[in-house]
Design a protein around this ligand. Structure first.
Ligand code: PDD
Length: 277
């Protein structure tokens, strides 16, 4: 049983990745990225709940109950003696089976999770980042945190080639979210963001932003904004578990509000900081 690889023919048992693994062959799997501050999870329930929602949406069996999942994730931090800022990457694929698009019978899902140091992006959060805009060419079910990230990867690469931190995605001119974060637009004291429909990821940090707005009496308007509006924004920012509340000060080469970070963005950063403590 010889397999052709980029280097040479190797026996399938000597491959350094699984043979006929559905995550690799079809992107048939789901994932989560969970933030850890000083060795403690932030928004762990939100992430575990979303993982189970993603699994259910694609009929994938999570090998643990929710309670077991919490236990295992805590043990992962303990075993690695994590006391610093970090992130967990966790993925579950449908498993290994002879290649067939339809779900194989009797396949067992593969789960793996690891922890990695992730310092906070303090300087970027203070100054803000630049972004590009690019069409959202993804499928209709982006609320599922699936492993099919090629459109996201391509969008982020385009941003990166232009020296930018993120790519703001739009469908027919309406901003959906970013390649790996949610997008927000502030005008006249109101915060706008795409409604939590099936075509965006329902960010765990996004749910907190909604709460922070409620706490502060800032209208949280779940309505889309358009690419043409971006240049006239009072403020723009993005959120994710790895980027926290990140101001966007330049889009497609043009400064927004002369590159100044606005008061609502600062307030959201403060609230996040308190919440994550
Ligand atoms: N991405 N939208 C997309 C497309 C994302 O991939 C992410 C997170 C978010 C923000 O979700 P949350 O607030 O739950 O982190 C929004 C993770 C960080 C990643 O893929 O690395």
């Amino acid at each position: 049983d010889y397999v052709l690889t980029e280097a040479k023919f190797v026996h399938k048992d000597d491959l350094n990745y699984p043979f006929e693994e559905r995550g690799l062959q079809f992107g048939d799997g789901i994932y989560e990225v969970i933030r850890v501050y000083e060795g403690r999870y932030y928004l762990i329930e939100e992430h575990v709940e979303r993982l189970f929602r993603s699994a259910e949406a694609v009929k994938l069996k999570v090998p643990f109950s929710k309670d077991e999942m919490y236990e295992q994730l805590n043990e992962l931090l303990e075993k690695n003696q994590i006391q610093q800022d970090a992130k967990i990457y966790m993925q579950i694929t449908r498993g290994s089976a002879p290649r067939d698009h339809a779900f194989p019978l009797n396949v067992t899902s593969n789960l793996y999770a690891y922890v990695q140091d992730l310092p906070r992006k303090i300087d970027l959060m203070a100054e803000g980042v630049s972004a590009i805009t690019t069409p959202d060419v993804r499928w209709d079910w982006c609320y599922i945190k699936s492993l099919n990230l090629l459109p996201n990867v391509i969008a982020k690469q385009k941003a990166s080639e232009q020296g930018c931190f993120e790519a703001i995605l739009h469908k027919d001119g309406e901003v959906t979210e970013c390649s790996s974060s949610n997008a927000y637009f502030v005008r006249d004291g109101k915060l706008y963001t795409h409604p939590a429909k099936e075509n965006i990821l329902h960010g765990c940090v996004r749910t907190r932003i909604k709460q922070f707005c409620k706490d502060e009496g800032i209208p949280f308007v779940e309505e889309t904004f358009r690419v043409e509006d971006i240049q006239h924004a009072d403020e723009l920012f993005l959120t994710s578990s790895t980027a926290e509340v990140m101001p966007i000060v330049k889009v497609d080469g043009n400064l927004i509000q002369e590159g100044q970070v606005g008061p609502i963005t600062r307030k959201m950063q403060q609230k996040y900081e308190q919440d994550a403590q």
